[in-house]
Design a protein around this ligand. Sequence first.
Ligand code: GLY
Length: 338
Amino acid sequence: MPTSLMFFTLISCLLALGQASLPLVINTWSFKNATAAAWAVLQSGGSVLDAVEAGCDCCQKEQCDGSVGYGGSPDESGETTLDAMIMNGNTMEVGAVADLRRIKNAIGVARAVMERTEHTMLVAESATVFAENMGFIAEDLTTVKSLNIFTQWLKGNCQPNYRKNVCPNPSESCPPYKPQGKLGPKKHLPTNIHSHDTIGMIAFDQYGHVAAGTSTNGRTHKVPGRVGDSPIVGAGAYADSSAGAAAATGDGDIMMRFLPSYLAVELMRAGTDPSAACKMAISRIKRHYVGFFGAIICANTTGHYGAACNKVPGFLQFHYMVSNGESDEPLLKSVDCF
Ligand code: GLY
């Protein structure tokens, strides 16, 4: 092979693998301010946990896409509830909150669970009490927008909803429901792919220490008490400083059944490159749920990264953000879904 062709091939391979450089911040969707917030923390000497917390909290405050933070995804009773988690890839400690009520900073409470208890996850009203004890302020998470979504839903006979095998017929009527004797065919409500659903973030420092985190308000009109994939270790995110990290976004009710973030990290540990690991995690879900909505970001300890998504109508490309010093600004990246 001529030298120029060998050089070209080498460059192409490097580009295909993604630029490898540490430190690195990578997060789902085009949530640029979140990336910038996390990167700024790393640049000022903060830890990877500080970076992930700051990045996710930025989205919580900005109510990214309406699907992170307060005032989004009202449940069947009109309330916004939050799921979040944070994982320390050095110690394998995790803190998570699920169905958190009346506290805006879900990722902050998740970190408090990790650092101020021996537990991994707290849920619902008890998580709120814990948060208040830790100094977080309880307040109503309802906004004019979330109230309006809820009111319109009630006016439209509570359509769509996530109920099945109940009476009265959930495709025509509002709660309350009772179980229906006979189980009907499988039903799956498509996720609104325009409401991007979760921030999942990975941060590596220059030494390869990694943390990952997530924050979301879940799914609009969810059954009260519903918890998605985001606070579930190995589903919403996973981090291990000896292998890499991954974070997922999409239809959590399906994705959490496959622990895609854990799978991707284990594949990277075995030497699979991040893009291929992401793809394999998506493929595993696809085998059972061909039309599911979801995507995942992956990064290994050398700073290589990648992403993958499941191609469904209206979702052909997945966008994510990267900061690794290549540019002053976070870079918007995309991957074609398959
Ligand atoms: N992926 C977020 C959720 O399903 O709750």
